[in-house]
Design a protein around this ligand. Structure first.
Ligand code: SF4
Length: 470
């Protein structure tokens, strides 16, 4: 494999002792909590110390106030739209040996597979036929999955069209790359590049990622999105795998990372992910740090307040019940109709764990999830406008901060939902979807915007026009 390069001014911005002291010494202070809540409602990102104060505020009263504020902030910044995507696993060969993963190299019973070009066409076509417009391609770390190979897979994915079906944004979840690698990915037209630190706690990181493996290099991984950003990949996604170590430490680690990127590039991460560890083939779960549902809801709400302008991704790892509850605390993106088995989108039947990285909690089909969102007054959105209008990285933040994005997000969400209702939805979902859209249009404050929205919706509904966005 290649030599792992670091960015010029690379520093390890995680100080375990400081974070541990913060967790140990920060006590609940309702007065301070109220001040922090006020700052959050002003949509100001929180400091690491303020985030620690919210973590310490564990009383029912403070927790209710936290949940209420997170709901309000979600509404103020993201409105009621939920962006929909699907993961597509391309290959699960891997040279690493992460103890929590069914794809680790030492686990011989895992079925290894890399999609052949014809299988990629089948999988993407199946996803398009379900109505998807946004995908995240997932790769293990292996000499076969070079930046050139991954970039070509991205181009092939964009080139696959079926009827009105097309993928308009391809994000990536793969191993860290050197500068050249990230440049190759950017040139292929990717959206977000996600690299999860898994654990920000140095000792835990070393324990679950054998130092002899490529992934064993903590600093190379921590520095990766800095290299990505400097290579032009300005939509980056961070994350931690909750259950490896103390969730409070990981939350403070992610906030530290967000602030580091914001200070260095004047723009925080585009997305933040907070997957909870799940049962997986050949994995013995260490239950010491498993996160219970109450703490999971708290950490989602705390992150919503700490990084107000970062998209929050809640995946099908979680059960439908938890997703339903947690979504209101600030989640802005979910996957739907997910299958994580290689070539799983053309396969019926039960999950086969020896073919998957972990067991998922929500296996409902796309239309059922879309219908539930609509019933809960969320607008499912397949929008890819910002990315295609060049509103990425700092530019996106400029638009998001004043809340202008509202003027783009809601109409664009409605247009992409109308496409879904016309081309892919079941009859009940179509009825409910149009009721929601007409209600949304009726509540648009500005008459000019209302007329423009109705005109575009008619173009989609009556004239068969597609891909309308502002
Ligand atoms: S977590 Fe990723 S890098 Fe680690 S073994 Fe699994 S696929 Fe490989």
């Amino acid at each position: 494999m290649y030599k792992q390069e670091l960015s010029k001014d690379c520093v390890d911005f995680i100080n375990d002792a400081n974070i541990t002291d913060l967790i140990k010494n920060t006590k609940e202070d309702t007065g301070q909590v109220k001040e922090i809540i006020a700052k959050s409602l002003d949509k100001k990102p929180l400091t690491v110390a303020e985030t620690a104060a919210l973590i310490a505020a564990d009383s029912e009263e403070s927790t209710e106030l936290l949940f209420e504020t997170a709901r309000q902030l979600k509404q103020d910044v993201y409105g009621n739209r939920i962006v929909i995507f699907a993961p597509l696993y391309i290959g699960n060969k891997c040279i690493n040996d992460c103890t929590y993963c069914a794809f680790r190299k030492s686990l011989r019973t895992t079925v290894r597979k890399t999609l052949a070009p014809a299988e990629l066409v089948e999988q993407v076509t199946a996803l398009e036929d379900a109505g998807h417009k946004r995908l995240i391609l997932v790769f293990g770390e292996h000499p076969d999955y070079t930046p050139e190979y991954m970039a070509e897979t991205v181009r092939q994915t964009y080139a696959i069209k079926h009827g009105n079906g097309e993928i308009r944004r391809v994000n990536i979840n793969a191993a860290p790359l050197n500068y050249d690698g990230f440049k190759i990915m950017k040139e292929a037209g990717i959206g977000t590049y996600q690299v999860f630190q898994e654990s920000y706690h140095h000792d835990t990181y070393a324990k679950v990622h054998p130092p002899s493996t490529h992934k064993g290099n903590y600093l190379y991984r921590q520095d990766s999105l800095t290299r990505a950003w400097e290579s032009g990949c300005d939509d980056v996604g961070i994350g931690a795998l909750f259950g490896l170590y103390d969730w409070r430490f990981e939350v403070l680690g992610m906030v530290t990372h967000s602030r580091y990127l914001a200070d260095r590039f004047n723009c925080g991460p585009h997305t933040i992910s907070f997957p909870r560890i799940r049962p997986a083939h050949g994995v013995e779960l260490d239950e010491q740090y498993l996160v219970n549902d109450r703490d999971f809801k708290r950490l989602v709400a705390i992150l919503r307040l700490a990084v107000p302008y970062t998209g929050m991704i809640l995946t099908a790892r979680e059960t439908p019940e938890i997703r339903r509850e947690v979504m209101e605390f600030g989640v802005s993106q979910i996957d739907a109709g997910t299958r994580i088995e290689l070539a799983g989108y053309t396969k019926d039947g039960e999950q086969e764990l020896n073919k998957e990285q972990f067991e998922i909690g929500d296996t409902r089909p796309m239309d059922e999830i879309i219908m539930e969102l609509i019933s809960n007054k969320y607008i499912p959105s397949f929008c890819t406008s910002c990315y295609r209008q060049g509103r990425t990285g700092e530019q996106f933040m400029e638009f998001a901060v004043p809340g202008f994005i509202q003027n783009f997000c809601t109409p664009n969400a409605m247009f992409t939902l109308a496409e879904y209702l016309e081309d892919y939805a079941s009859a009940p979902t179509k009825d409910a979807g149009y009721k929601l859209i007409l209600d949304e249009v009726a509540h648009m404050p500005n008459e000019k915007d209302r007329i423009s929205a109705v005109t575009h919706l008619d173009e989609i509904r009556k004239a068969g026009k597609r891909d309308i966005y502002l």
